[in-house]
Design a binder for this molecule. Structure first.
Ligand code: SAH
Ligand code: TMP
Ligand code: ZN
Length: 408
């Protein structure tokens, strides 16, 4: 029998379509001297037959993932820094035009977006439970509260700072299983004409590219316009705009407003119709996704084994959270990857969770180019290709696995 779970949004039945087996926490990079037992959970994903939400079958306690030592610093990519600067400018122009506007961000991380809001002298608050990254935000002049955003914390903001004109969240709302608490908090916090704008990886892109590594502990939901529209309705909110973004391998930016307060943009109806046609959560489309993922796994492992047997040097590029799923699901360890280079100091000198590949600094890659580099940070391909032309010039080859396994 196919396993089922209860939908976190509508309490309907979620049917599993993909089981990745035992997985570690994606951002739990280990000190090599640490001999304590690693935490594992079962990573499996399903879709709700009633509201179409794609979600994990099991939940990981939030404090295990988001804490003082959370090692993901949003400012590590120049493309993302530019993206969040222009996002801040857009939010300010479109939603913070009145007298003394107030902007709230969930998961402000190292202040990559709010820095621009703070510089503009606009009242703001970042909610960030991971204290380490938030210190960097404070150093940039961003006002941060170290707490998980949920109903109770939202009510406190409302009491102390008044209503928000815009609540924004990037790559954070999909990390939160307790949507009822968050959306009730947001409806209490928003001014009557206020909006909740959020952007997250789009299941439409995941389905098209078979980018299975978008599934890991922190990504509890993979949204679509349809599932977000259905979810919003339950809280008196309406999907009034959608915008496709090229970030992180394909994302959607959603705008929610109080029901009836704004006329939905034509893009909403168009995308809902497109999703209807694609039948993204139908059993046929989901089982074809599962099949393609299995094929890509086999090809990737075959390729890496064959390179090893030929005596080639292969390293990984980018110790992303996503790579935990690829490495552990495919059984790729230090026998197949010499090391992984990553520019994040908090990850360097540590072992990848579960798969135990050493993370080294960028110099380890450039000082002695390998024959092949497995592009684990494939969502940053453009930025990486632009700066690593020396690798190709020296005869190096990229090994990619999204949307399929190929060397370039
Ligand atoms: N917005 C940034 C960071 C994304 S990482 C970007 O797009 O790059 C996700 C962040 O959400 C982490 O910093 C994590 O600590 C934070 N987070 C997790 N749950 C949260 C919650 N309930 N409220 C606010 N932030 C949360
Ligand atoms: P992300 O895919 O979750 O954004 O993570 C990207 C990781 O890749 C992060 O650890 C930083 C790292 N990285 C590099 O090492 N070099 C780069 O040029 C870029 C863009 C990212
Ligand atoms: Zn549901």
């Amino acid at each position: 029998m196919v396993p089922t779970a209860t939908c976190r949004v509508c309490a309907g039945t979620v049917t599993e379509f993909m089981d990745f087996g035992r997985q570690p926490l994606s951002d739990a990079f280990r000190d090599p001297a640490d001999t304590s037992e690693e935490f594992f959970y079962r990573l499996a994903v399903g879709a709700c037959a009633d509201c179409e939400m794609v979600q994990m079958m099991e939940e990981v306690p939030r404090e295990r993932m988001f804490h003082e030592g959370y090692p993901y610093y949003s400012s590590g990519s120049s493309v993302m820094r530019d993206h969040f600067r222009s996002t801040a400018q857009k939010l300010l122009a479109e939603h913070a035009a009145g007298d003394d506007p107030f902007v709230v961000e969930l998961g402000c991380n190292d202040g990559v977006m709010l820095e621009t809001v703070a510089r503009a002298g606009v009242r703001h608050l970042g909610m960030e439970p991971s204290t380490g990254v938030s210190e960097v935000a404070r150093d940039k002049g961003v006002r941060v509260r170290n707490a998980f955003f949920e109903k109770a914390t939202a009510l406190r903001i409302r009491e102390e700072d008044g209503p928000a004109d815009v609540v924004y969240a990037a790559n954070t709302f999909c990390h939160i299983p307790y949507v009822d608490s968050v959306l009730e908090g947001i409806t209490a916090l928003l001014a009557p004409g206020g909006v909740f704008v959020f952007e997250d990886p789009y299941f439409g892109d995941v389905s098209e590219k078979a980018s299975f590594d978008q599934f890991y502990d922190e990504h509890f939901f993979l949204f679509t316009a349809t599932s977000v529209r259905n979810m919003a309705r339950r809280f008196g909110l309406e999907l009034v705009d959608v915008e496709r973004l090229p970030t992180h391998g394909g994302e959607l930016r959603y705008t929610l407003a109080r029901e009836g307060s704004r006329t939905p943009a034509p893009a909403v109806g168009a995308l809902l119709a497109e999703e209807d046609k694609r039948a993204l959560t139908s059993p046929e489309v989901l089982s074809s996704f599962t099949r393609r993922v299995g094929e890509n796994r086999e090809r990737l492992v075959e390729e890496l084994r064959s390179l090893r047997d030929q005596g080639r040097r292969v390293v990984g590029y980018g110790a992303t959270a996503k790579s935990a799923t690829v490495l552990n699901f495919c059984g790729i360890g230090p026998d197949l990857l010499e090391f992984i280079c990553d520019t994040t100091p908090a990850k360097q000198g540590r072992l990848t969770p579960g798969s135990h590949v050493m993370v080294r600094d960028h110099g380890a890659f450039t000082d002695s180019y390998p024959d092949y580099a497995l592009l684990l940070a494939w969502n940053h391909a453009e930025e990486i290709m632009a700066k690593e032309t020396g690798f190709r010039d020296a005869g190096g080859r990229w090994l990619r696995y999204v949307p399929d396994v190929r060397t370039t």
